[in-house]
Design a protein around this ligand. Structure first.
Ligand SMILES: [Zn+2]
Ligand SMILES: [Zn+2]
Ligand SMILES: [Zn+2]
Length: 295
């Protein structure tokens, strides 16, 4: 089995011939299959992967603790590569830090990027591969513990977090959510739970700061960061704690009310979250609730 770490000979050879080693050939300890790239401009293709595989590179993991090429393919919604990795023996439900392909696919739905025209509807879908992961209920929640999700991060909590980057509101989140419902074939029975998950994650973003997350975060390159946002300087117990608990009370209270409203909201999926958050005492069934004048 070839590993990237065996490549120094090649580097020596190039330098020995008096050439500069191109940056792309410098060793970084990652698998040669690792091509995490949000914009997809240096995407791994089947042809390249076949070439690497035939050349003896069989190590998908590399030494990178933060990412996996297989999960990066999910992040890129590149189902041809997802299938390629599976054909080479990668288990469909493979995880990294307990995050499955579905979490990465969900995260992408929050932030499609220009490669998909910034439109979640344009994200490719493969119902068979998605259904395969959905079947394994144990994969749905990861092992994180954070108020933004109940029982661990879900594809939807990841979607909301990537959608609501600091400073961004939830005005058009409903469209991303509707695309997810379509692409992940969310059944009418599953829909309510999905919306509650989204609502919870949205309220978290509203009541707390980015640094209050105690869960993992999926980065720009499909890389995973565990608890990086939870590192805080010296705590100031009394003030900080009372502030947090005050916010937590408001958060839980709003969530409870939101779920009650969700139960009576008749808006289409794309309008429900806004309708419930900016509730006017009556459901706006046209699905495009105005938020003018709301506070
Ligand atoms: Zn969180
Ligand atoms: Zn997590
Ligand atoms: Zn409504």
């Amino acid at each position: 089995m070839l590993r990237e770490s065996s490549a120094p000979l090649l580097i020596q050879e190039i330098r020995g011939l008096g050439y500069e080693v191109p940056a792309a050939l410098l060793l970084d300890g990652k698998s040669v299959y690792a091509t995490g790239d949000f914009d997809g401009s240096i995407r791994l293709t089947r042809q390249i992967a076949d070439g690497l595989w035939d050349g003896g590179f069989r190590d998908f993991a590399g030494d990178d603790p933060h990412s996996s090429p297989y999960l990066q393919s999910w992040f890129a919604a590149d189902f041809e590569m997802v299938q390629w990795f599976q054909s080479k023996g990668v288990r469909p439900g493979s995880t990294k830090h307990s995050l499955s392909g579905l979490h990465f696919y969900g995260d992408r739905h929050g932030s499609p990027g220009w490669i998909f025209g910034n439109d979640a509807n344009e994200i490719p879908c493969n119902s068979e591969l998605v259904a395969q992961l959905k079947q394994d209920k144990d994969l749905y929640h990861d092992l994180c513990s954070c108020l933004c999700s109940a029982g661990g991060c879900t594809p939807i909590s990841k979607m909301v977090r990537s959608f609501m980057d600091p400073g961004r509101d939830c005005k058009t989140l409903g469209q991303n959510l509707a695309a997810w419902v379509k692409h992940a074939a969310i059944s009418p029975e599953e829909l309510h739970d999905c919306l509650c998950e989204a609502l919870r994650a949205v309220f978290f973003q509203i009541f707390f700061d980015e640094t209050d997350h105690t869960c993992c975060d999926i980065g720009y390159y499909g890389d995973i960061w565990i608890g990086s946002s939870t590192v805080q300087s010296e705590p100031e117990p009394s003030l900080a704690d009372s502030d947090v608990s005050h916010r937590e009370v408001n958060f839980r209270d709003s969530l409870e009310k939101g779920i009650q409203r969700l139960n009576i909201c008749k808006c289409p999926i794309s309008g429900k979250i806004l309708c419930v958050i900016y509730w006017k005492g009556i459901c706006r069934s046209d699905g495009s609730p105005s938020i003018e004048g709301d506070s």
